[in-house]
Design a binder for this molecule. Structure first.
Ligand SMILES: [Ca+2]
Ligand SMILES: [Ca+2]
Ligand SMILES: [Ca+2]
Length: 401
């Protein structure tokens, strides 16, 4: 990190330092060091990621989008999406999906059979909560750059940062989530253990594309040899639908290519920190942002500088979506409720991925910080009491990530 920083800074004015050519990795590029064959796989996966499926190829019967790219293309393929792509989730009494749907995701388009009454026939914003009966939550798309590295962070590393009972009494707890097969890393509530699952799930839930499990145990990662996954249900099962197109609607080879693409997308590259950005970094730690947005997690592929702990945190009433997902670490007070909790958002590349927060309610980074509550209330209040220059430095730091 330090080497890379000094090699990039200074604008080439020093005669004594021979500039080392730094590989420039742009957003959307693969990680470095892939073989020619792996690069070809990445490109095939990229093409599938962008492919618009037609009904004759298995799209639907109900769907939210015709391709992965629909929701992951801003600013380039693999990124996020604007608010109009938000999808809705719905749960009945907090747990059961509405009848007939394969998951809590509500498809907005299409329709010949599956649960047609629950599609959003009157426009995408017509759903509302029925307190105590139906919970509706919205989801704004998140970028995928670098997320493949989360699979190389061990369970032990994630667990070592959890403090579910807040034993050190700093107001920040953080607990791990679990998807029944393994410790969660992916999704806005860390409700998913691995990218295979987080490829097959959107294929089915967003696009109506059926698939067969590829790696067994849905590709569960970071389990010690000999440790059996907890009892698992659907992740290991083929998905099926009755749309007349033979299942699976995507071959194992194609699924493997698609997974490979997401796994090997390189992380956003930080730029060298100028003086004010370094001051901002110090403030970020000093006021407690780094208690959750950990600057670095170790992995078997080297340090992962994503500014997340991959844990879920209580973010207070205003951000609560009352949607329980996954099987979180048990705590004394709150054994099994994730309705107020979210995964600490990775902050690498954050300035390029507006809008912010799980439903995209914040247009700017500053707004997103001012909406922090619950366990992060203290950090937010300390942010609010910074003077204008300190705040600007902190924001400049975040923009450099
Ligand atoms: Ca289908
Ligand atoms: Ca704590
Ligand atoms: Ca089918």
């Amino acid at each position: 990190m330090l080497l890379a920083l000094s090699a990039c800074s200074g604008g080439g004015t020093s005669a004594t330092v021979t500039p080392q050519p730094q590989p420039v990795i742009a957003l959307g590029d693969p990680v470095q060091g892939l073989t020619a064959a792996e690069l070809a796989t990445f490109q095939r996966g990229r093409a599938l990621f962008a492919k618009r499926f037609a009904p004759s190829e298995g799209l639907g019967p109900l769907y939210n989008a015709t391709s992965c790219e629909s929701c992951h293309s801003d600013p380039v393929l693999g990124g996020g999406a604007d608010l109009y792509r938000n999808f809705f989730m719905s749960a009945f009494n907090g747990t059961d999906p509405l009848s007939g749907l394969p998951s809590v995701v509500i498809p907005a388009f299409g329709g010949t059979s599956l649960a047609q009454p629950h599609s959003l026939t009157r426009g995408r914003y017509s759903m509302s909560n029925v307190p105590g009966l139906v919970t509706i939550a919205q989801r704004n798309s998140i970028p995928l750059f670098g997320v493949g590295l989360f699979e190389f962070i061990s369970n032990e590393t994630i667990l070592s940062n959890a403090d579910p009972e807040d034993l050190d009494a700093d107001g920040v707890s953080g607990r791990l989530n679990n998807d029944a097969a393994g410790v969660g890393r992916f999704g806005l509530k860390s409700q998913s253990n691995n990218i295979e699952l987080f490829t097959r799930a959107p294929l089915m839930n967003q696009m109506g594309i059926t698939s067969n499990p590829f790696q067994g145990s849905a590709g569960t990662v970071s389990l010690e040899p000999g440790v059996a996954p907890q009892a698992s249900g659907s992740p290991n099962s083929p998905t099926t639908d009755g749309d007349g197109v033979p299942d699976p609607e995507i071959s194992s080879e194609q699924l493997a290519d698609l997974i490979f693409f997401t796994r090997r997308l390189a992380p956003p590259q930080p730029r060298a920190l100028a003086a004010r950005e370094s001051r901002g970094r110090a403030t970020f730690s000093a006021i407690g942002c780094a208690a959750c947005h950990l600057p670095e997690l170790t992995s078997s592929r080297g340090p992962v500088r994503a500014y997340t702990d991959l844990l879920i945190h209580d973010m207070g009433d205003e951000l609560a979506d009352h949607m329980g997902l996954g099987r979180p670490q048990i705590t004394r007070n709150d054994p099994d409720h994730t309705g107020r909790e979210f995964r600490t958002s990775p902050l690498w590349g954050v300035s390029r991925f507006a809008p912010y927060l799980h439903d995209g309610r914040a247009e700017t980074i500053d707004e997103a910080i001012l909406m922090h509550g619950g366990e992060s209330l203290g950090a937010r209040q300390r942010y609010e009491s910074l003077d204008a220059a300190e705040r600007a430095d902190l924001l400049a730091f975040l923009e450099a990530l």
